[in-house]
Design a protein around this ligand. Structure first.
Ligand SMILES: *Cc1c(COP(=O)(O)O)cnc(C)c1O
Length: 494
């Protein structure tokens, strides 16, 4: 299977090359040229497998230049009991037709771990397979969770350096502390004044900067990315849709072969795109419900066919979804149309005038697969409170999706079994969660962790315990324009 760029389909490369490069030189993203089909037989065989086995089996379909044994070794190391506990992605059923897929049992308590624990293995192997001699320098722009998960995934991985930029406005206290106290000899962390889009466009500008690339090459490095623009980030996410389906069948929510809905709290469109890919590979999925917070650029897109980023940016209690440019939507547009020239033109329009519109025929095709909705701040809080009263504690991102699913069901009458993707531990957003369940939220971020545990009688997740006692190693704050020099400084060159 070859991979092509969404902006130039004549560029055909192997999976290892796509993972090693991250972003295509034309600015496009890599996607498989065709999608593998998963037979009913194969799907059935996944039911009796554990998570690492399921992951190796699904990823093998997309990574022809990786050996089956190799992939098994990576997934067993990545999704080990030590890192994820007994179940890496448990399905928590709350009633006959609703379950929460908990993707936050990894080392940073957020779903980014699902991809970022395995991605460094895929990348290191990709560098060997492509004969790359230089060391890789990973740059990440984070809205909170990606940064920490990438730091944990790459920490002390030989032949790699990793630098994370987070927006000074818009990550929680706990997220900040998690990153500022990061351990590891090959890591760097830096705050950027502004919001996530500032950090992300700053990183993208560095990737596109010839002079920077030259300086790094001279010092024996090259840039790559761990954002969900890298195929090695996206692919591991396809796995848990298959896994959740198998578990939903096992738990009696539906019979084998019946379709399931998934409702996904969405920001950069990576998570939900992985679900769409699973569907196109033959997983019985009906609707993928795209849930947004007040930054509802995707809700408007799926309703109207116009993607318009020219709007006020809102800082919300679900910061990992505070995004106005959902990078992975480009992959959907290419995979749905196969038209690289058209995609390139839309992306140019997005950069130059801030919006583009797709034809109504394409919109109808997308609406057949995607439902959509958004949730206000007030309703996010209310959802956490109501679900907690009914016996399930969830974080702010999960609550957005939970509420959007309820609204979708009420509007459409769809009563089908559905899985809500639960993307972060409630302990990562203690202040909002405490207020939502009617408790006080006085005190520092780390004190609130204790308070939440006392009030709800749930244990503090191991990675968040004792956070305030760790040494702060990184406290640099820079302007967006200073990001390149910050990178050079951290590498000790320039
Ligand atoms: C990243 C993130 C999301 C959004 O996922 P995308 O792949 O960016 O759409 C939702 N919730 C949490 C907690 C996240 O960290």
């Amino acid at each position: 299977m070859r991979y092509v760029s969404t902006r130039d389909a004549s560029l055909k490369i192997s999976a290892a090359e796509a993972i090693a490069r991250g972003l295509s030189p034309d600015g496009g993203l890599f996607v498989p040229e065709t999608l593998p089909q998963v037979s009913a037989e194969m799907l059935r065989s996944l039911v009796s497998m554990d998570y690492p086995q399921r992951a190796a089996a699904i990823m093998a379909l997309f990574l022809e230049d990786y050996m089956a044994e190799e992939l098994k070794a990576y997934t067993e190391a990545a999704y080990s009991k030590e890192r994820f506990g007994d179940e890496p992605a448990p399905l928590h059923k709350v009633n006959d037709n609703t379950a929460y897929l908990e993707l936050w049992h990894g080392p940073t308590c957020a779903f980014k771990d699902m991809a970022l624990q395995v991605m460094p293995h895929l990348l290191r192997a990709a560098l060997v397979k492509t004969g790359e001699k230089k060391q890789v320098c990973i740059l990440v722009a984070t809205s909170g969770d990606t940064g920490k998960a990438a730091l944990e995934g790459f920490r002390d991985v030989e032949g790699t350096k990793i630098f994370v930029f987070y927006p000074s406005d818009g990550v929680s206290d706990v997220q900040k502390l998690q990153m500022r106290t990061q351990q590891g000899g090959n890591v760097g962390v830096c705050a950027v004044r502004g919001n996530f889009d500032d950090a992300q466009s700053g990183v993208k500008a560095i990737f596109g900067d010839e002079a920077m690339r030259g300086k790094l090459a001279d010092a024996g490095y090259f840039f790559s990315s761990a954002n969900s623009i890298n195929w090695g980030r996206l692919l591991p996410q396809v796995v848990y849709y298959f896994s959740a389906y198998c578990d939903a069948v096992e738990q009696g929510m539906l019979s084998f072969g019946e379709a399931l809905d998934f409702c996904v709290p969405t920001g950069n469109f990576g998570d939900i795109l992985a679900g769409w890919i699973a569907k196109k590979c033959g997983l019985p999925v009906d609707k993928l419900i795209c849930a947004s917070n007040t930054n509802k650029v995707l809700t408007d897109f799926f309703r109207s066919g116009t993607y318009d980023r020219m709007r006020p940016f809102h800082t919300t209690m679900s910061p990992s979804m505070d995004i106005l440019i959902s990078s992975n939507l480009e992959r959907l547009l290419y995979m749905a149309t196969g038209d690289d020239k058209q995609v390139k033109e839309w992306m140019t329009q997005l950069t130059e005038k801030g919006s583009y519109s797709i034809p109504s025929k394409l919109l109808k095709t997308l609406q057949a697969d995607f439902a959509f909705g958004w949730c206000s701040e007030e309703d996010t809080s209310r959802e956490i409170g109501e679900r907690y009263a009914a016996g399930y504690l969830m974080d702010t991102h999960t609550a957005v999706a939970s509420r959007v699913l309820a609204d979708y069901r009420a509007e459409s009458g769809d009563k089908k079994a559905a899985v809500v993707l639960s993307t972060a531990s409630p302990y990562k957003f203690c202040d909002h969660v405490l207020r939502a369940i009617g408790a006080g939220a006085e005190g520092s971020g780390t004190q609130l962790i204790e308070t939440l545990s006392e009030i709800t009688g749930t244990p503090v997740p191991r990675p968040l315990a004792g956070l305030d006692k760790r040494e702060v190693r990184f406290d640099q704050v820079v302007e967006k324009t200073e990001m390149p020099s910050a990178v050079l400084g951290m590498l000790g060159i320039g």
